[in-house]
Design a protein around this ligand. Structure first.
Ligand code: HEC
Length: 172
């Protein structure tokens, strides 16, 4: 019942958005509303967000591994410098249109990333950002904070994603 009225309300917003010529970015979450599970999850995350009103993308969550292909990843204590250099090159090529290392830009800064996220969560974000926005409640909250801008999949290989992760470890 709750979901149905949520869907109805969302539909109304969507119509108002269309007729009022609202910004396209604000309409994006509604596109998924045919899918009941997603709607339910967005609903749940809205409730969460109102409960923890102090949430910011810098809030650490070192529990969530996200939802995606990577379920376990143990990092060696020592950073692999060669791998990090490789990762830096990939990051510069694929990501700097939207990310800066040390300040918020279109997306969050990468500095301190591994102090606030698990390696698995980061890998899943790099390998399947759209899936994370649909299924992962932490990503949904960050997505809302960044004006509903969807991070597009840059299609890195798993090796490239792993190399970028190593580079992010060097950004303290
Ligand atoms: C078109 C812009 C865009 C591009 C290109 C992009 N991102 Fe993002 N990224 C975002 C936005 C916006 C967010 C936050 C909202 C979201 O997740 O959709 C984000 C979120 C993230 C996060 C989560 C950060 C946190 O603090 O939790 C990581 C990690 C990330 N991006 C890494 C990357 C990497 C690595 C690349 C390159 C392979 C990349 N992004 C390419 C826009 C982009």
């Amino acid at each position: 019942m709750r979901i149905r009225s949520f869907l109805f309300a969302a539909g109304v917003f969507f119509l108002i958005g269309c007729s009022g010529g609202g910004k396209t970015v604000e309409e994006k979450p509604e596109i998924k509303l045919n899918n009941r599970t997603t709607a339910k999850e967005i609903d749940a995350s809205r409730t969460d967000a109102s409960r923890t009103d102090a949430f910011s993308y810098l809030t650490a969550d070192l529990e969530s591994k996200g939802i995606g292909p990577i379920t376990a990843l143990n990092l060696k204590r020592r950073i692999n410098k060669d791998l990090a250099d490789e990762g830096k090159a990939v990051y510069t090529r694929l990501c700097t249109a939207c990310h800066r290392t040390d300040k918020k830009f279109i997306g969050p800064e990468m500095k301190g990333l591994l102090d606030r996220r698990t390696p698995e969560w980061v890998m899943n974000t790099l390998l399947d950002p759209e899936g994370m926005i649909e299924k992962d409640s932490l990503t949904m909250k960050i997505f809302k904070e960044f004006n509903n801008v969807i991070m597009p999949n840059q299609n890195p290989t798993e090796e490239e994603a792993r190399a970028m992760l190593e580079y992010f470890r060097t950004l303290k």
